[in-house]
Design a protein around this ligand. Structure first.
Ligand code: HEM
Length: 365
C-alpha cells in the first residue's frame, strides 16, 4: 500500500462524480493532472515506442559473468568461483529484490499516472499468458519476451518500458533470472499498489530465442466471450478465474500509441481495487465516437474506458455472475485474484520449492 499512500499526497482536487465507484480524489494520484500536462508528460515516453525491437536485456545476463545452473536457484560465478561455493539465494535475498523494486516504484513517478506498477503487472501477465497447457510451451519460465520476434508482437507493445525499468534491478541482483524478476516485479507491484498479498516462489530459468512463442497467444481486446474462453482455456483457467484476472484492469490505462485503445478504466489507476467491476455494473457504457478501435466510455464523465472484451464480461451471463460477486465484495475479489494470479505466474514452471513454501514478501511501509 506504501507507494499508493505516498502518491496520495500528490493529490489534485476534482469534483466527485455521481456513482459510488467514482471515488474522491484522495484515491487517485496524478490522474487528475490537467489533460494537457499529462499528454505532454506522456509524449516523452511515446517517442520511444519505435525502439521496441532491440532488447537490451538479451545480453545482460552474460555481461555479469554469471550462469544460472539448475532450477534450484544455485548460481556459480564463471570467472573465479566464489570461495564459499555456489550462491544460493534465500527468501531474505528475494525480499531485498522486492524492496529494491518497491523503492524504484516510489522514486520513479514521472511516468503515466505516477507509477510503473501497472505496466509491470502487465509484463508479468504477458510473460505468463503465452502458456499452452497441451504442449507445455510458453509461460513465465523463459522470459523470451527479451527477444524479437516476441518483443515485437503487437500485444507486447509498450512493455519495453517495464523491461527497461527492471534493468537496474537486474544489475543490482545479477543472480536472479529475468523470468523470476519479471514475475516478482508483478507480485511486488500488486502489493505496493494496495492489492492482495501475492505469495511467490523462485525457480524460473531464462531460455534463449528459440523458445519464443508464436504471435497470437495473448488475447485480442476487440473480441468477445468466445475468444476470452479460448485463450484463457488454453492456459487452463475456468470462467471464475478469467473474470478475476481481468479485474487487474483496475490498474493502469490503454495507450493509443501502443494498443490503439485509449484511457484508464477507473479514477484510481495506481490503486488496486474492485472499481473495475463496480464501474462495469454501475455505469452505463456507450460506444465511444472516435476515429479509433471500438471501445466504450462511461456515460457520466466520458473519461473512462472499457474494451470490447471487458464489456463481454457483463454481456455473458456466466461471466456476469462473477463480475457481480466481485463488485459487491472487495475481499472476495482480492482473495480470488491473489490465488489466480499466483496460478498465472506459475504456469509451466518446474519448481523445486513446494507450494506451501512460497514466500510472502513484506510490503514497504
Ligand atoms: C481478455 C483479456 C485481456 C485483454 C484483451 C487485455 C487487453 C489490454 C489492453 C488492450 C491494454 C492496453 C495496453 C496499452 O495500450 O498500453 C491492457 C492494459 C493492461 N492490462 Fe490487460 N488485457 C486482458 C487481460 C489482462 C490480465 C489477465 C491482466 C493481469 C492479470 C491485465 C493487466 C493489464 C494492466 C495492468 C494494464 C495496464 C498497463 C499499463 O498501464 O501500461 N490484463 N490490457
Amino acid at each position: 500500500m506504501a507507494s499508493a499512500a505516498r502518491s496520495a499526497s500528490r493529490v489534485f482536487l476534482r469534483s466527485t462524480p455521481a456513482t459510488s465507484s467514482f471515488r474522491p480524489a484522495a484515491r487517485s494520484t496524478r490522474f487528475a493532472i490537467p489533460q494537457s500536462l499529462r499528454a505532454s508528460a506522456r509524449r516523452g515516453y511515446s517517442s520511444e515506442a519505435g525502439s521496441e525491437k532491440s532488447s537490451s536485456s538479451s545480453t545482460g545476463i552474460w555481461a555479469f559473468g554469471i550462469a544460472a545452473l539448475g532450477a534450484g536457484g544455485a548460481y556459480f560465478y564463471l570467472n573465479g568461483a566464489s570461495p564459499k561455493g555456489p550462491f544460493v539465494p534465500t527468501q531474505a535475498d528475494y525480499q531485498k529484490v522486492y524492496d529494491a523494486i518497491a523503492l524504484r516504484l516510489q522514486n520513479e513517478t514521472d511516468y503515466d499516472d505516477g507509477s510503473y506498477g501497472p505496466v509491470l503487472v502487465r509484463l508479468a501477465w504477458h510473460a505468463s499468458g503465452t502458456y499452452d497447457k497441451e504442449t507445455g510451451t510458453g509461460g513465465s519460465n523463459g522470459s523470451t519476451m527479451r527477444f524479437a520476434p516476441e518483443s515485437d508482437h503487437g500485444a507486447n507493445a509498450g512493455l519495453k518500458h517495464a523491461r527497461d525499468f527492471l534493468e537496474p534491478i537486474k544489475a543490482q541482483f545479477p543472480w536472479i533470472t529475468y523470468s523470476d524478476l519479471w514475475t516478482l516485479a508483478g507480485a511486488c507491484s500488486i502489493q505496493e499498489l494496495g492489492g492482495p498479498t501475492i505469495p511467490w516462489r523462485p525457480g524460473r530459468e531464462d531460455k534463449d530465442v528459440a523458445a519464443c512463442t508464436p504471435d497470437g497467444r495473448l488475447p485480442d481486446a476487440a473480441q468477445g466471450h468466445r475468444h476470452i474462453r479460448d485463450v484463457f482455456g488454453r492456459m487452463g483457467f475456468d470462467d471464475r478465474e478469467m473474470v478475476a484476472l481481468i479485474g487487474a484492469h483496475a490498474l493502469g490505462r490503454a495507450h493509443s500509441d501502443r494498443s490503439g485503445f485509449d484511457g484508464p478504466w477507473d479514477f484510481s489507476p495506481t490503486v488496486f481495487s474492485n472499481d473495475f467491476f463496480k464501474l462495469l455494473v454501475e455505469e452505463k457504457w456507450n460506444q465511444k465516437k472516435w476515429n479509433g478501435p471500438t471501445q466504450f466510455t462511461d456515460k457520466t464523465t466520458s473519461t473512462l474506458m472499457m474494451l470490447p472484451t471487458d464489456i463481454a464480461l457483463i454481456k455473458d451471463k456466466a461471466f456476469k455472475q462473477h463480475v457481480d460477486r466481485y463488485a459487491k465484495d472487495s475481499d472476495v475479489f482480492f482473495k480470488e485474484f491473489s490465488d489466480v494470479f499466483v496460478k498465472l505466474i506459475e504456469l509451466g514452471v518446474p519448481f523445486q520449492v513446494k507450494p506451501e513454501d512460497r514466500f510472502v514478501f513484506k510490503a514497504s511501509e
